[in-house]
Design a protein around this ligand. Structure first.
Ligand SMILES: O=C(O)CCC(=O)C(=O)O
Ligand SMILES: [Fe+2]
Length: 281
């Protein structure tokens, strides 16, 4: 497995971004896109706790994709202030996502804006992701196929990316957007094709923004507890492809998991092995 460091750049013009990165589906880290956002200074753990700490939020742990009855369901819910204390304090795999914080705290929307580095923004879908030190987001690509701009706040997150054409080396579970490999603990015996994969890596720091092209595989490791904001961008093509993926995922994967439980997990693993073997011979 080969990972190249993603370039970190400031002062990129709209034209250069669109020509060199957006059109070429090449990731890049902007070090200055959030400079004018109030959020960059304002969104500290303390400020969030005192202003929005009363919200009751769902939290997930590293097992949330484990096959069985708790597949893709939250571990529990807790007051946001308590959750923020937990991730600020020390190692914990608890993550918070799939919760529309902007619905419950709409004034947060005034603390950032859509960067003028490109257009096509999905203005209604900003999302926030929180995690404690040691939380990981296993390798997957996003169902909706949007290009994503991920801005990091408060501390650091390691990100590993692979272009869609690396999919055959990544042991994708059929009918899902999930890979079976563990980037943090690769098992080359079980997943020999992973040796052939070539991707990108970076450590995102406070105030930096990663451009992740559509359909890119991503793995995240919260090297320190913190959070990020993701903004999505669509073209006509990614919108249509995304609608198809979303339908397939919810109908097939959730239904089969419900019907077969652990057995469905095993079927997906077997199919992922067969696909990778096909590229090795
Ligand atoms: O940062 C995270 O916790 C997950 C991010 C992610 O998977 C995404 O933005 O699509
Ligand atoms: Fe994702």
């Amino acid at each position: 497995m080969k990972l190249n460091e993603i370039e970190k750049i400031s002062g990129l013009t709209r034209r250069d971004f669109e020509e060199e990165y957006l059109k070429k589906n090449k990731p890049v880290v902007f070090t200055d896109l959030t400079k004018k956002w109030p959020a960059t200074e304002k969104w500290t753990f303390e400020w969030l706790k005192s202003n929005h700490g009363h919200l009751q939020v769902p939290v997930y742990d590293n097992d949330f994709r484990k096959p069985g009855k708790d597949y893709l369901t939250p571990k529990r819910s807790m007051p946001f202030a308590e959750y923020l204390d937990t991730i600020q304090g020390g190692p914990t795999d608890l993550r918070m996502f799939l919760y529309n914080i902007f619905k419950h705290a709409p004034e947060l929307i005034n603390d950032f804006s859509m960067p003028d580095i490109t257009d096509g923004w999905l203005k209604t879908f900003p999302m926030m992701f929180f995690g404690g030190q040691g939380a990981r987001v296993d390798l997957h690509y996003d169902l909706d196929c949007a290009a994503i701009f991920i801005s990091q706040f408060q501390r650091k997150k390691e990100v590993v990316l692979f272009a869609p054409d690396q999919g055959n080396y990544l042991y994708q579970h059929p009918f899902t957007v999930q890979s079976e490999v563990r980037i943090d603990q690769p098992d080359f015996q079980k997943h020999p094709a992973l040796n052939l994969a070539s991707g990108y890596r970076t450590v995102l720091e406070h105030g930096e923004t990663l451009f992740m092209p559509h359909l890119f595989w991503h793995y995240m490791n919260y090297t320190e507890g913190g959070f990020s904001l993701s903004l999505r961008r669509h073209s006509l093509y990614t919108r249509a492809r995304g609608a198809y993926n979303v339908a397939r995922h919810f109908v097939v994967d959730k239904g089969m998991n419900y019907a077969l439980g652990d057995k469905w997990g095993q079927i997906k693993a077997d199919m992922a092995q067969k696909r990778a073997q096909a590229v090795l011979v």
